[in-house]
Design a protein. Structure first.
Lengths: 171, 120, 689
């Protein structure tokens, strides 16, 4: 799996240097996008096992074919209003690059939306306001069919997150 | 097809000897020391014996002595592999009944040349 | 015929390293006062094999070095000299040196040739009475002169008169004559005159003799070589028949011979260099060709173990499923599932077995360490190893190495006294250090026992006081005082000595062992000695666990930590003002840890008498964990939380239960730490009145 993703990364770099594909999802009425090459799978919401004494947005861990994967509730992470999980609620499992190694992390979102090709040129830097998301997690904004997409920098998101936590824990 | 009983406590030498001999079309019986060789010799009928001298349990000289006592080994060619080129070990070997010797280190060609001296 | 010798290098290196290990062990065991001939022989044989192999496979430098070593050993073996302590030391250094040479040859890495040379010179000085290079030169000349000397065509007359017993050496006159044929043109005449009549014939005797004329470009050496094996078993004369410039020729021969010999030696060196170059490219492809074992990357084994772990989970999932469904009518299905369970269990055991190695792999380094350290510290120490065949997971083995070294160093440095002190105390001059490994329950126990001075409790207590680890009015029993040495902050820079200090304290030892899921403790009697006892799980991959429930959460407590589980009796609960609750368990008061409270989760009830108390031990402290219910005990496959997340306080890992959900595995000592932080839970070690 990992192998495949890496291979396809190469292909993309070679043939589509200008354009990237993003998987988008809905969160509190806004549409967010993540690099599709990082998406490992999308699965329905399942009860996660709680990890004691972790921040609220860590829902817990799930068994993903034998691997223990932490689940982040993005609504809680972005300090949005918490809602009941519904049958559209999904977990998007992403490969996230940390400082030392790649981690697999699941993100709970309201619903999966679409897949878009976005040229680098369409990307605009995130303004300091207008979004619930802290700008350091945002790669940029793009407009598609009059819709604004917030493209997330997931490495940064978790880097700031888990690394911060682990340094708190170990010292 | 001639069969050679090759005796050496060193696995690498044993493998090298065995590989060389097999490559030249010989059948090979391997033994890891004198005792092992004596047992294997009793259970088989090789055309020649090629033995290291310095080995645990039973050394090559004793092995040759013991083998010469067995009826079907009385005239068999038995060669020693020895690192000592001095006459001392050779005469010990000779009086034990060794046919000849090959001085270590040797290469596969030297080994084959020596074996072919005693086997047609 | 050309054979790629590099294919045997793998085996050669392996057996040579084994040989070195044998040499090292035997050298360290060697008793100078009572030299054991068999041990000398064993040491000699190891060196001898390395020399033989390295020569055959073209590792010239190793051959030359080993040759000197072997010659020295041979002299000792032959009784020409006695083995001295100095010899043992230089031999041990030679073992190290050879190890480096072999490693460098194997991995194609740089070697400090000067060091090799200087040690070789040192060895040679031991040999100064006898000429060490004799045999080697001999060898080379012998190799050389077979091909040396170009002679004009000459005829030789050979008189070959085998002794009657010739056949009994396995030699055959006809074979010799055939060999002569290869040198040149041969005319041979067989003398049958000694042949008896048929009824007097002993087929084992040789009755024949030969007159041979041999013509060709042949020198006397070549002929002699053909007869080399039988020269003592026959009468032989070799005479030159015709030679016009006989004297002249001979003189030239000698000259040529010498020059040629040199040339040949040079050519050989050339060959070897080429051989070495070839080897460099071949080495990597030339694996170990030993057919009885294969080398497999540990990743592959671990992948296999993981997969089997999955299989175990699936199997137990099926097992649970059948409990819920009535399959009484499906006898075959039932049988099949039972079979699956047995097979899975056996498969798991076999797979785990792959990772197991005897602890001798770890113990092997200690004879040398003890030898070197005792010399350095002027102490006399006898090392005793037992249970070396006890098997341990490879990863555990690798990680236990450093803590073990530390404890051994510690025992030698701080435990065992100098010979003078020991004598004064009425002890034998030589101290005993005993390393012992054995199985106990599902665990491995390793004990490091010395008969040294033991721990000084006053000193320890005072130091702990000084460091603020204990308060003055604390009453601690002996074991608790001894245990203070494992506290972080106990050993600090001023205790660093060259030997055991190294800036690492016992707390690090304990932490490392704890990381392996094990425990370490010490028992000590002042003046008599100390025993450090390490308890380790057999493997890091699987754990025997007790499933417990708090509210809707299931946790796993390692069985290794559990002392007992009990129904809570209201009257045994004591609350200490401002501190945590304690439970009176026979003689002790043990602190109660409420899992729901330290983990901030909902429990069925917060009333202690509604639940159960699981008494566990961590960091040598007993605590009671308050839970709602005890569930099954089962083996679980340990999964790391850190792979995709991070370390979590109070949790050592996670596992996947039969129903596919994840459960956390509790880390007892970390939980105790956590509860101290969250509940202002103090170190309660008051004795019950």
């Amino acid at each position: 799996m990992e192998q495949q993703i890496q291979e396809s990364t190469h292909v993309t770099i070679n043939t589509q240097s200008e354009s990237e594909q993003f998987l988008t999802f809905m969160l509190a009425g806004e549409e967010y996008g993540v690099d599709i090459l990082r998406v490992q799978e999308i699965k329905g919401w399942d009860n996660a096992t709680e990890i004691p004494n972790t921040p609220d947005y860590i829902q817990g861990v799930l068994n993903l074919r034998g691997t223990i994967v932490p689940i982040v509730d993005l609504r809680v992470r972005f300090e949005l209003e918490k809602i009941e999980y519904s049958n559209t609620t999904v977990v998007i499992v992403l490969k996230v690059k940390g400082d030392e190694k790649e981690k697999t992390i699941g993100f709970v979102v309201d619903a999966v939306s679409d897949v878009y090709n976005i040229d680098q040129g369409q990307l605009k830097p995130a303004p300091d306001f207008g979004s619930a998301v802290r700008t350091e997690f945002v790669k940029g904004l793009a407009t598609i069919d009059e819709k604004m997409l917030i493209l997330l920098d997931i490495d940064h998101l978790v880097d700031a997150d888990i690394k911060l936590n682990s340094s708190e824990v170990t010292h | 097809m001639a069969t050679i009983l090759t005796v050496d406590d060193s696995a690498s030498i044993r493998q090298m000897v065995s590989f060389t001999l097999k490559g030249a079309g010989f059948e090979v019986i391997e033994a890891v020391d004198g005792e092992d060789a004596l047992n294997k010799a009793k259970a088989s009928d090789p055309d020649a014996v090629l033995t290291d001298v310095n080995m645990p349990k039973m050394d090559g000289i004793t092995l040759i002595q013991e083998l010469r006592k067995l009826p079907n080994y009385r005239h068999k060619p038995m060669l020693m592999l020895t690192t000592e080129s001095s006459g001392d070990m050779k005469s010990k070997g000779r009086s034990a009944g060794a046919t000849g010797w090959l001085v270590k280190p040797f290469n596969p060609d030297q080994l084959l040349a020596t074996i072919k001296k005693v086997i047609n | 015929m050309s054979i790629d010798l590099s294919q045997f290098h793998g085996v050669f290196f392996e057996e040579s390293f084994e040989g070195l290990a044998v040499m090292e062990t035997e050298l360290l065991d060697f008793d100078i006062a009572h030299p054991d001939h068999e041990i000398i022989n064993t040491i000699f044989r190891a060196a001898h094999s390395i020399k033989g192999g390295s020569g055959s496979f073209g590792f010239t430098e190793i051959t030359n070095f080993t040759h000197v070593l072997e010659t020295l050993l041979d002299e000792i073996r032959a009784g020409k000299r006695n083995m001295t302590q100095q010899d043992i030391d230089v031999f041990l250094r030679s073992v190290d040196c050879l190890r480096e040479m072999l490693t460098s040859a194997r991995d194609d890495t740089a070697l400090n040739h000067d060091l090799v040379q200087s040690l070789q010179s040192e060895l040679e000085t031991y040999l100064d009475q006898t000429d060490t290079t004799d045999t080697q030169q001999d060898n080379q000349v012998a190799d050389a002169d077979t091909s040396a000397g170009k002679t004009a065509e000459v005829s030789w007359h050979i008189r070959f008169f085998p002794h009657s017993h010739l056949f009994q050496t396995g030699n055959d006159p006809l074979r010799i004559i055939r060999e002569l044929e290869e040198l040149g043109e041969i005319k041979s005449e067989c003398d049958l005159s000694a042949l008896p009549l048929i009824d007097g014939l002993d087929t084992e005797q040789c009755y024949l003799n030969w007159n041979i004329t041999l013509t060709g470009n042949i020198n006397e050496e070549q002929i002699k070589e053909v007869f080399e094996w039988v020269e003592d078993d026959c009468d032989l004369s070799i005479n030159l028949l015709n030679s016009r410039e006989e004297t002249q020729q001979n003189a030239n021969d000698n000259n040529n011979g010498e020059q040629q010999a040199e040339a040949v030696v040079v050519a050989k060196a050339e060959d070897r260099r080429q051989g070495e170059d070839r080897r460099k490219t071949d080495r990597r492809s030339a694996g170990n060709t030993e057919s009885t074992s294969i080398r497999v990357s540990i990743d592959k084994v671990d992948a296999l173990i993981n997969m089997v772990g999955e299989l175990v989970i699936t199997q137990s999932m099926l097992g649970q499923f059948t409990e819920q469904v009535d399959i009484a009518n499906h006898e075959q299905l039932n049988e099949g599932l039972k079979q699956l369970e047995r097979n899975t269990r056996e498969l798991q055991e076999s797979v785990m077995q792959i990772r197991m190695l005897p602890i001798s792999f770890s113990f092997n380094r200690f004879p040398r360490l003890v030898h070197d350290l005792s010399k350095q510290l002027d102490k006399k120490i006898e090392l005793k190893l037992s249970g070396e065949s006890t098997e341990l997971d490879k990863t555990v083995m690798e990680k236990i190495g450093d803590p073990l070294v530390h404890l051994v160093r510690n025992s030698i440095d701080h435990g065992i006294e100098s010979p003078e002190v020991r004598q004064a105390a009425g002890k034998p001059e030589t101290g005993l250090l005993h390393l012992n490994a054995f199985h106990e329950g599902g665990n491995i126990i390793i004990e490091i026992e010395d008969d040294g001075a033991g721990l000084n409790k006053d000193k320890i207590f005072n130091k702990a006081l000084e460091r603020g680890l204990v308060s003055k009015d604390e009453t601690l029993d002996d074991d608790q005082i001894n245990d203070l040495i494992f506290r972080p902050g106990f050993s600090t820079a001023d205790t660093v000595s060259d030997v055991s200090g190294r800036g690492v304290g016992m707390d690090v030892v304990r932490r490392n062992i704890k990381d392996l899921g094990g425990t370490v403790g010490v028992k000590s009697v002042e003046g008599k000695g100390s025993v450090f006892r390490i308890k380790l799980p057999l493997t890091l991959a699987i754990l025997d666990g007790q499933l417990i429930r708090v509210g809707n959460q299931i946790y796993i407590i390692p069985l290794i930590s559990i002392i007992e589980s009990l129904q809570i009796q209201q009257e045994q609960i004591k609350s200490i003002v401002g501190e945590a609750e304690v439970y009176r368990l026979r003689e002790d008061y043990i602190p109660i840890i409420r899992l729901h409270s330290i983990f901030n989760i909902e429990s069925d009830s917060t009333r202690l008498e509604d639940g159960l108390l699981v008494v566990v031990e961590g960091d040598r402290q007993k605590v009671g964990i308050f839970v709602d219910d005890l569930l099954a005990q089962q083996q679980v496959v340990i999964k790391s939380l850190e792979t995709n997340y991070q370390k979590v306080d109070g949790i050592s890992g996670a596992t996947i239960l039969g129903n596919g959900t994840v459960a956390m595995i509790l880390d007892i000592s970390s939980m105790i730490g956590l509860s101290k932080n969250t509940q202002h839970f103090n170190h309660i070690e008051h004795k019950a009145a």
